[in-house]
Design a protein around this ligand. Sequence first.
Ligand code: ADP
Ligand code: GN1
Ligand code: MG
Length: 362
Amino acid sequence: MNYHHNHVAAVARHFQIDGEFLHAERYGSGHINDTYCAAFKKAGALFRIIFQRINHHVFRNPVALMENVERVTKHLAAQLTTDPDRGRRTLTLISTRDRQSWFLDPEGNYWRAYLFIANARTYDAPESPAQVFQAARAFGRFQQQLAELPPPRLHDTIPGFHHTPQRFAALEQAIASDVAGRAALAGPEIDFALAHRHMVSTLLDARLPERVTHNDTKLNNVMIDDVTGEGICVIDLDTVMPGLVLYDFGDMVRTATSPTQEDEQDLSRVAMQFPLFEALVRGYLSTAGGFLTAAEKQYLAFSGKLITFEIGIRFLTDFLSGDTYFKVHREGHNLDRCRTQFKLVESIGQQEERMSRLVESL
Ligand code: ADP
Ligand code: GN1
Ligand code: MG
């Protein structure tokens, strides 16, 4: 949904923001929620706030989701009390005037507001091994900081989110019903998916520990400091919930080891680049290495292939279903995204042994 800035201004009035609203624009490249960056003025000084409308078709219980986000951001902030830069090192929710972390607008949409993290940005494609190291280090630190989150268990904001066999079953259903009449356009992709069925339950069968994980560790969900290049803040916390650390590592491999965007149409450019993978593993282990078990480490290389496959079949399912889940910006967009993922699955598959040897050597 693309809201007029007047609508964002009306939403903003319900939050505890002391300043004059100037304007708001769409922001970021997420596929699910609507993000706006709004500018305010107070005593001649400008400041910005991030507003997000939660997609309640995808996140069926926004109130439970926000309860998770409140607990997680408070827990992270409590570990940063002596850090002068703490306002940039974790997301900070702004409360509404009646002290809630969310506002329900008259149309039934849930909104939240975050302090703007300045002098940092996100990247849709990796630019260097050093940057990838930093991103992975930040995600590893995030997991480490949440390892001690006190009970109760976080809510599952999307049940079965990384249950690859269920994702595969949904694809089979979409192929069988072919509601949009598109299956004929995706013959090779359907064949590819069906030929890889054998790997869908590998991680679930490996009896790995459940931990608090992010579950959407795309490269563009970590803010990189403009000056130092450090991965300063993990964002996009809607899917923080119990999961396997390998889901997180796998999605980092998917989005940070090929120098292309997720929807790159020139497939000759899509490939897992070993130096980027090496930087990723080193960055991740620099913060997560202390708590990972041997079994978790053993599947690091494989997890990249599996999660890339999983997201690929999700894009394919959505293409076959008529693009009802992910935002699309052109015809065949989800099919393009699927092709990019499957090309990367192949590329990882070709290098998997070498990747595993590297992990073992570290
Ligand atoms: P989406 O679900 O749409 O991916 P994100 O939470 O990832 O939503 O936000 C989209 C983009 O907005 C991010 O990639 C980032 O560039 C920017 N962004 C999000 N939160 C902040 C923040 N607190 N400060 C500055 N920029 C932010
Ligand atoms: C979605 O919201 P966003 O754009 O960060 C999706 C992820 C996918 C990703 C693919 C809730 O993430 O699972 O990996 O697109 N989020 C949800 O780019 O489904
Ligand atoms: Mg995001």
